[in-house]
Design a binder for this molecule. Structure first.
Ligand code: IPE
Ligand code: IPE
Ligand code: MG
Length: 248
C-alpha cells in the first residue's frame, strides 16, 4: 500500500519545513560536479511541491540557501544563483497553473540583482494563487532573522511605538520573517545529518523532527508521504501528560 493511502486525511500537517541536504554527495557518488546535484535537486523540489498539493499540506518551507552557504567556493555560489534564475523562470508558469503561491524569507538584499529580479517576477506572478504556499528560505539563517527582529523591536521601543511590556511571544512572532505563517508541524531533513543548521530555531520549538538518510535528489513523493505518516503516528503533548492529551 502506498504511503499516500496511509495518510489520515483529517490530520494533515499544515506546515512542513524541509532542510534539503545531500545534493553534493549525490553528485559525488556519480563522479559528477556538485552542480549536477543541485540541478537534480530542483526536480526533487518540483516533485515535493506537487506531493504537498496532493496531500493538501498548506505550507511548505524549503531551506534553499543559508547565510552560511555564502562561504562556499565562489563558483558553487555562482552556479546556485544562476540555477535559481533558470528554475524560477522555467517553473513559474506551472506554479501558477497549479495554484502555488511562492514567498521568500531571508536576507534577499545579498542576492545578485538578476536573481532578485527573477524571484520578484515569481513572487508577483504567483501572489494571487490560493493553493499551497511555498516559502523559499534564501540567504536565510535563524540567528540572522532573530537578530533583525531584536533590532526592530528595540527601534520600536525607542520610538515609543511599543512598550517593553508589550513584548511577548506573539509580538516576537510578528517581527520574524515568518509572520503570518503558522509554525512547522514537521521539520524534515534529508541527507543523514542530525542537525538544524541555523534553520527556523524559534519556529520549530515544538515541531516534530524527521531525519532521513535519503539524499535530497532521491527524495520523492513517497518519501514525503512517508514522513507525513510517521508524523501522524506521534503524540504531540506540548508539555501535557498523555492522559490529558487523549481526553482533549
Ligand atoms: C544542499 O545540498 C543544498 C545546499 C546547501 C545549497 P549540499 O550542497 O549541502 O549537499 P552535501 O551536503 O554537500 O551533500
Ligand atoms: C543546510 O545544509 C542548508 C540548506 C539545505 C540550504 P548545509 O549542507 O549547508 O548544512 P551543514 O553545513 O552541513 O550543517
Ligand atoms: Mg550539505
Amino acid at each position: 500500500m502506498s504511503y499516500l493511502d496511509q495518510i489520515d486525511k483529517i490530520r494533515i500537517p499544515q506546515h512542513i519545513a524541509v532542510i534539503m541536504d545531500g545534493n553534493g554527495r549525490w553528485a559525488k557518488q556519480r563522479n559528477l560536479d556538485r552542480t549536477f546535484g543541485h540541478k537534480e535537486g530542483v526536480s526533487a523540489v518540483r516533485r515535493i511541491i506537487e506531493a504537498a498539493s496532493i496531500a493538501q499540506v498548506s505550507y511548505i518551507t524549503l531551506y534553499t540557501f543559508s547565510t552560511e552557504n555564502w562561504n562556499r567556493p565562489e563558483e558553487e555560489v555562482k552556479a546556485l544563483m544562476s540555477l535559481m534564475i533558470q528554475a524560477v523562470a522555467k517553473e513559474t508558469p506551472d506554479l501558477v497553473k497549479n495554484n502555488v503561491r511562492v514567498k521568500v524569507i531571508g536576507d534577499v538584499s545579498r542576492l545578485p540583482e538578476d536573481t532578485k529580479e527573477a524571484l520578484q517576477y515569481c513572487l508577483e506572478t504567483t501572489a494571487p494563487c490560493t493553493g499551497v504556499t511555498v516559502i523559499l528560505a534564501l540567504s536565510y539563517s535563524s540567528k540572522w532573522e532573530i537578530t533583525e527582529a531584536i533590532k526592530n523591536i528595540a527601534k520600536d521601543v525607542n520610538s515609543k511605538a511599543i512598550n517593553i511590556d508589550d513584548i511577548n511571544e506573539t509580538l516576537i512572532d510578528s517581527y520574524l520573517e515568518t509572520k503570518e505563517i503558522p509554525n512547522p508541524d514537521i521539520l524534515v531533513r534529508t541527507g543523514g545529518e542530525l542537525r538544524i543548521s541555523n534553520f527556523l530555531l524559534w519556529q520549530i520549538a515544538y515541531s516534530e523532527l524527521y531525519f532521513t538518510d535519503e539524499l535530497w535528489p532521491d527524495f520523492n513523493e513517497e518519501s514525503f508521504y512517508k514522513a507525513i505518516v510517521d508524523f501522524q503516528s506521534r503524540e504531540r503533548r506540548f508539555g501535557k501528560t498523555s492522559e490529558q492529551v487523549s481526553n482533549e
